[in-house]
Design a protein around this ligand. Structure first.
Ligand code: XMP
Length: 503
């Protein structure tokens, strides 16, 4: 186990994640955690995070200086390095020239933490203070043109520090530096995998919840599904999952979600609210209005069901680490539920259960696979909370939704069959009807648009260059098999200037 001591840096979860990637378990604790508590965890190493403060200021966060006498290897990162220096009698001062961004770093490859690396490296720098005098016993093991002590080491005491951030992608060999610290300095044995995370979370959930009951809003998305499977394992019989089927799901999706949870030890409540939603959406063609209606109705349905279960104080959510960043670090805000508006603050719940809070998406998927969730669910592409409501352009009717469901299912089948890789792909039912001819008959059916994009952050995207033959096959099938659709087009606009969804 490695303890990550937090001094307010924005990357603490990323550090913990890198340690896990190196197959070593990690926990994050506040920087001022008492030594006794740290010792009791028996860590093989301690990593001190960065932070926004200046270590020489009176109110700067610090650790107990005796930490450095425990004989446990330490790696200080950015502020963490400065804290090492300050605590052991060296000197930290404001930089003459602050460094921000990717910076050339010359490292000493004979140092254990740089083993296997070339002399010339790139490191992400972000600092306004730097080390001006090293404490006794330390040597400089890296430098930049403005920072003579870009990394330091006391090999004897096994205390290291880097001014740059090895945990971020902008330091291309950063993970190797962390791996070296773990394996070359701390003597780690690769003994962590997602299974250990599961075991630890199960214990934590049991400790938090005891014998009480928990409510979870299940959307069928990856995060809430993995959260449900984990909770069902941790507290069998105490979990109530409310799955609001708003009638805006893709073909067979509601049944698939229900089937995935049928053998598990939880109370699965499927609320068939299609009629309720469609009634409210009747005649509405403005996208934002649609979203608002769906969001608030969703909350109402959820509340109605939750009330029926009596007084339950625990609300579980599949919040994952990127959500935590987006909603402001450490804020206990209730996540935009199912991504369709937030749950009201005055609900009966007083306690949140968020076991996936420390995980990144790929780790959540790995955990889901381990918990035996079906592949289709674990690898599901993102699906907007308002569902097909924003993929039927203009007014929504059940007939239009059904047409879209069929066309979308064909497109998904063809994508799977031809193994085209895309991060998100779907069909849109436009509000344009066009003239067609089938046999000897004139038709006047709807136009369907297909969209397939590649993206990592969904803030921007590129269109997937699908082959003409594949598009042709899909279009032919859609027009032949879905009565009411007479034309198919492929959307070739990136984001920006377009958005991924049409509405
Ligand atoms: P846009 O269309 O803005 O979409 O490029 C970016 C990503 O967000 C998804 N999306 C939504 N997700 N509620 C959601 O939960 C929404 O109202 C919503 N609108 C768009 C979209 O599918 C894409 O992944």
């Amino acid at each position: 186990l490695v303890v990550v001591l937090d001094f307010g840096g924005q990357y603490k979860e990323l550090i913990a994640r890198r340690v896990r990637e190196c197959a070593v378990a990690s926990v994050i604790k506040p920087g001022n955690t008492p030594l006794e508590e740290i010792k009791a965890m028996d860590p093989i190493g301690i990593i001190l995070t960065g932070g926004p403060d200046s270590v020489y200021c009176d109110d700067a966060p610090r650790c107990d200086p005796a930490l450095f006498k425990l004989g446990i290897p330490v790696l200080g990162i950015c502020y963490g390095l400065q804290l090492v220096v300050y605590s052991l009698g060296g000197e930290v001062r404001p930089c003459n020239v602050s460094e921000y961004g990717r910076t050339k770093v010359t490292v000493d490859p004979s140092s254990p933490i740089f083993r296997g690396l070339d002399k010339s490296q790139i490191g992400l720098m972000s600092h306004t203070d730097q080390v001006s005098a090293l404490p006794a016993g330390f040597a400089s093991i890296a430098s930049t043109s403005n920072c003579p002590h870009a990394a330091i080491a006391d090999v004897e005491r096994r205390i290291y520090g880097t001014q740059f951030h090895p945990e971020v992608e902008n330091t291309p060999n950063g993970t190797q530096v962390i791996r070296n610290f773990l394996y070359e300095v701390c003597g780690a044995k690769s003994d962590y995998d997602i299974h250990d995370y599961e075991t630890r979370m199960i214990n934590e959930i049991r400790e938090q919840v005891g014998g009480e009951h928990v409510i979870l809003g299940l959307s069928g998305g990856v995060d809430s599904s993995v959260c449900a499977a984990l909770l069902a394992k941790a507290i069998p019989g105490q979990l109530h999952c409310i799955f609001v089927d708003h009638g805006l799901m893709r073909k067979d999706e509601g049944d698939e979600v229900e089937a995935a949870f049928s053998g598990r030890d939880l109370h699965f409540i499927r609320v068939n609210a299609e009629e309720r939603f469609l009634k409210l959406l009747k005649g509405v063609d403005d996208p934002e209005k649609k979203r608002k209606i769906i969001g608030s109705e969703f909350v109402r349905v959820f509340e109605d069901e939750a009330k029926k279960l009596g007084k339950i104080r625990f609300l579980a959510q599949g919040t994952i680490y990127p959500d935590v960043i987006e909603s402001g670090v450490n804020s206990a805000v209730i996540k935009s539920h199912h991504n369709v508006g937030g749950l009201p603050k005055d609900m009966q719940f007083t306690d949140l259960v968020e076991p996936l809070r420390g995980l990144f998406k790929d780790e959540v998927r790995a955990l889901g696979r381990q918990l035996g969730l079906p592949k289709a669910l674990v690898e599901r592409q993102p699906f907007p909370g308002p569902g097909l409501a924003v993929r039927v352009i203009g007014e929504i009717t059940k007939d239009k939704l059904d047409l879209l469901r069929e066309a979308d299912a064909i497109f998904r089948q063809e994508m799977k069959r031809s193994r085209v890789k895309a991060d998100q792909y779907f069909a849109v039912l436009t509000d344009t009807r066009s003239v067609g001819v089938m046999g000897d008959f004139r038709t006047h059916g709807w136009t369907v648009a297909l969209r397939a994009v590649k993206t990592t952050d969904f803030m921007t995207c590129q269109v997937v260059p699908i082959s003409h033959s594949m598009l042709n096959r899909t279009a032919t099938r859609i027009v032949n098999e879905v009565k009411g659709i007479s034309r198919v087009v492929y959307d070739i606009t990136g984001k920006p200037p377009a958005t991924i969804e049409w509405e």
